[in-house]
Design a protein around this ligand. Structure first.
Ligand code: F0G
Length: 474
């Protein structure tokens, strides 16, 4: 059979609350045109993030009943530790409530003022947790990453030449560790190849610098290695994952993605002395080392999720879902980043809304237009999220204004994606009427979560003043 189906049946459903365009216009204005400020029940299809939004399986719910809630030494911890050892190969497990807690613990211990931490592209919380130490998070994405439309399959690679130069210039004294994000969320969910990961690992080793992976979407990255890397096609994703983790000294994991849970994360490393130090800080803010701010039942669900995410059937379906959405958008000439990754489809807002200048925040404007059109909540990944500096040619992080349509795991069906495609196509047809935005209020850091915006007047040729999109009410 050619048709790839969801490899599950649905046992529990959650109703969607519908809104009309007029309501959404009011909701947007009240929220200061920031979709993070909108209530979830005011959203029809929520593609804001794939993080913590997975549907859990019946096996995970069953495991939850096995959760051992003992304060110290709970069985659930040992079950998770065993699973992490099997899949990731690291001996020491430090559970935390989510990825950024792992980042804070790790960087508080390893990073000091004036340090430099290279990566393919740091995620925003990772960057913030490094920079709060007075250090600098340095992005060295490969050259191919800047061409959004090319077919190059490993745009998540780190630029090895740049790494070599960087390591020679600054050395171990200023570089306490090297990071690599798999898959590279800030770079449109593109994967890094096994060859690239191995070469980066070798370079770091030559300089005696530790290497940690941000493994939030490790299974998806490994599936893309299987799809595209010579010699990997016939191998189980689990074996590819083992090869990746073998290159590293440890990993930081937000299990809210490829752990298939709604909350949870961990640090996994081999260095016992470092693990002991991290556990001491863990006790201060997260909890006792065998639960790390989570319930025993959360640890159980994570152990099952880490196994389920490596199912080849599941990953094949995940690929089919992302491709379905990507092709549907392309069929309406909507410019997306290609090839599509697995956790999201990214629209190139600059290309879709060429009438908007960069300062008119095309990514945020497009995200608002999608909400107005169909109640779809997406996420700007660009100028608003990363700031102006990061978008300059030398600045690193996000050199493009993108809108991410993140795909929650096992949540939406094909007809939901048809609806998203139709809404995006409607916005595209009237794209010149999408107004730019300007920021009216913003905090000092991580501004995308709380900033407020207001629409700029639409250019006279478009003829529709002060509205986000001018398509008629349904
Ligand atoms: N690393 C990556 C690559 C991420 O994408 C995220 C979160 C984190 C670390 C932090 O993990 O949320 O558990 O604290 N990404 C979410 C997203 C928020 O929407 O992409 P966390």
């Amino acid at each position: 059979m050619k048709t790839i189906i969801e490899p599950f049946r649905i046992k529990t459903v959650e109703p969607i609350n519908f809104t009309d365009r007029q309501q959404r216009q009011q909701i947007l204005a009240k929220a200061g045109y920031n979709l993070f400020r909108i209530k979830a029940r005011e959203v029809i299809i929520d593609l804001l993030t794939d993080s913590g939004t997975s549907a859990m399986s019946s096996e995970q719910w069953a495991a939850i009943m096995r959760g051992d809630e003992s304060y110290a030494g709970c069985e659930s911890f040992y079950r998770l530790q065993e699973k992490v050892r099997q899949i990731f190969g690291f001996r020491e497990l430090i559970p935390v409530h989510q990825g950024r807690a792992a980042e804070r613990l790790m960087f508080t211990r390893l990073v000091k003022e004036g340090d430099l931490v290279p990566s393919n592209t740091h995620f925003d919380t990772t960057r913030a947790n490094i920079e709060v130490r007075g250090a600098c998070a340095v992005d060295l994405p490969c050259q191919e990453a800047s061409d959004l439309q090319s077919a190059y399959p490993f745009k998540g690679n780190i630029d090895l030449e740049a790494v070599e130069k960087f390591l020679q210039e600054h050395g171990k004294e200023r570089i306490p560790l090297g990071m690599l994000v798999v898959s590279n969320n800030a770079c449109a969910g593109q994967p890094a190849s096994l060859a690239n990961i191995s070469a980066y690992s070798r370079l770091l080793k030559e300089h005696n610098i530790k290497f940690y992976l941000d493994a939030a979407r490790f299974a998806e990255n490994c599936y893309m290695i299987k799809e595209h890397e010579p010699g990997q096609a016939g191998r189980p994703v689990r074996a590819i994952a083992a090869d990746i983790f073998r290159q590293a000294d440890g990993c930081l994991m937000s299990a809210k993605k490829d752990g298939l849970v709604n909350m949870g994360g961990f640090i996994a490393i081999n260095d016992g002395a470092l693990a002991e130090e991290l556990r001491q800080s863990l006790i201060l803010t997260e909890g006792f080392p065998t639960y790390g701010g989570l319930s025993g039942r959360d640890l159980e669900a994570m152990a099952v999720g880490l196994e389920e995410v490596l199912s080849e059937n599941y990953l094949r379906y995940r690929r089919a879902a992302a491709d379905y959405l990507a092709r549907g958008l392309q069929a309406h000439d909507i410019p997306i980043v290609t090839p599509a990754g697995l956790h999201a489809v990214y629209i190139d807002a600059t290309a879709m809304l060429p009438h908007l200048k960069a300062g008119e925040l095309p990514g945020q404007a497009l995200a608002c237009a999608l909400y107005l059109e169909g109640g779809i909540r997406a996420c700007e990944i660009g100028r608003v999220m990363f700031g102006e500096a990061a978008l300059s040619p030398d600045g690193g992080t996000a050199r493009h204004d993108l809108v991410r349509l993140a795909l929650p795991r096992r949540v939406y069906s094909q007809s939901h994606y048809d609806y998203v495609i139709e809404a995006a196509a409607n916005v595209y047809k009237r794209r010149e009427q999408v107004a730019g935005l300007r920021i009216t209020e913003q905090p000092a850091a991580l501004r995308h979560f709380t900033a407020r915006f207001e629409p700029l007047p639409v250019a006279p040729s478009a003829g529709v003043p002060r509205t986000v999109s001018a398509s008629p009410s349904p």
